[in-house]
Design a protein around this ligand. Structure first.
Ligand SMILES: [Zn+2]
Length: 396
């Protein structure tokens, strides 16, 4: 038998997700252009940050899928003591924002967990997050408290968006000794626990009793502007006057890193934040506004490649399908035996072969199509045996 389960959906070479952190019902009066101040408060309005993203990126590359990491309470990075005036609300406080998040899901994007309020300032009179902010999961003294606050987020999204949150990310990628246990007990399918840019190899690792997929963060959205854009911090910007000349050289290393991820069939997960505006007035490091030309370069580079554009959840579901499905021949039928021990719904698996083939079951008929050099079918599978008769001839 020559049929094999594809490593990624539709036999694509690699999956790619754009991860945007801190989408919130918030706005900080910092710049004269409204979209730069917007963390999500303006929803889909013409001058919103989302409209900017649509115009500059999503309309140009409509296949992109985004996982938005959304804190469910008022975002504490936005400080009362900051120099800037602001608006901020929790999820469920304004119906416009809930409708906006629902719209994003309808567009094929994902809303994921990103804590309650993101954490708190150590010195509250100084609204600079650099060394003066303890992130959410660094603060839970005991597991039960952490589980309660984390599960409340799952319930909040269920209540206001009618959606099951399947994964999330540690705020600031910061954790302490009990953090993974909190995530495990809150029963997620995947979690972004660590950031590791430009790694060559990634194999899905798991943690906890729930076998939670540790989802990688391996490419920065600002890769192609990192050395050149101004931050609003005088000291840093003075340095950038010199480092900007190194950006073309740095670009070469970044294309190489991107190519490494692609050719080795790794997840390409591109890390960003929603807004440049902060309470201290310093530009948020890695944000979709400052990094837009970098993001355009990334997606231009990927556009002629065999990329599966997917959300973190899509990718986690597919990893689960591959790891829990056996393929074999029995009574001249091909059998996909799926052990769906987590009872996940809408699971699809891709099967490929060098030669053309069709699969038949009593109700279904799948015709293979060539993708990434192999004939491929994408088949929804259920727990237990999924059996198909195989035909090799083209049927008219
Ligand atoms: Zn965050």
């Amino acid at each position: 038998m020559s049929f094999t389960i594809s490593k990624w959906f539709n036999n694509h070479q690699a999956p790619s997700v754009l991860m945007i952190d801190d989408l919130s019902d918030a706005y900080i009066e910092t710049y004269k252009e409204a979209y730069k101040n917007d963390w999500g408060y303006l929803c889909k309005e013409e001058n919103s940050v989302y409209s900017f993203l649509e115009k500059e990126l999503l309309n140009k590359f409509p296949s992109i899928k985004i996982t938005f990491f959304v804190p469910y309470l008022k975002h504490n990075v936005i400080s009362e003591k900051g120099k800037k005036s602001y608006k901020k609300y929790g999820v469920g406080e304004r119906i416009e924002f809930s409708n906006f998040l629902k719209h994003l899901i309808k567009e094929g994007h994902e809303i994921a967990h990103h804590g309650s309020n993101h954490g708190q300032y150590i010195d509250t009179s100084n609204p600079s997050t650099v060394n003066n902010f303890k992130h959410e999961w660094e603060l839970f003294e005991n597991v039960d408290e952490g589980v309660e606050v984390t599960k409340k987020g799952i319930e909040t999204f269920k209540e206001h968006l009618n959606v099951e949150i399947k994964g999330g990310k540690f705020c600031g990628y910061k954790q302490r000794e009990n953090s993974l246990e909190i995530i495990d007990k809150s029963k997620f399918d995947y979690w972004c626990e660590d950031v590791n840019y430009n790694t060559k190899n990634y194999t899905a690792t798991k943690f906890g009793e729930e076998n939670i997929i540790s989802f990688p963060t391996n490419f920065s959205g600002n890769a192609f502007v990192r050395l050149s854009y101004s931050t609003g911090d005088k000291h840093k910007d003075r340095k950038k006057q010199f480092t900007k000349y190194l950006q073309p050289l740095y670009d070469i290393s970044q294309y190489k890193a991107l190519n490494n991820l692609y050719t080795s069939g790794n997840i390409i997960s591109i890390q960003e934040h929603i807004s440049p505006a902060t309470s201290s007035g310093i530009t948020q490091s890695a944000n979709i506004v400052s990094d837009i030309t970098s993001l355009q370069k990334i997606y231009n580079y990927l556009s002629n490649k065999s990329i599966w554009y997917a959300t973190c959840q899509d990718i986690a579901d597919y990893i689960y399908a591959v790891e829990n499905t056996d393929i074999y021949i029995d009574n001249e039928e091909i059998v996909l035996k799926f052990n769906n021990y987590k009872n996940l719904e809408n699971i699809t698996i891709s099967i490929n072969d060098k030669e053309y083939f069709e699969f038949f079951s009593q109700e279904k008929h799948y015709v293979s199509k060539k993708n990434n050099h192999k004939y491929t079918v994408n088949i929804p599978i259920v727990n237990g045996e999924n059996r198909y008769r195989v035909e090799r001839e083209h049927k008219i």
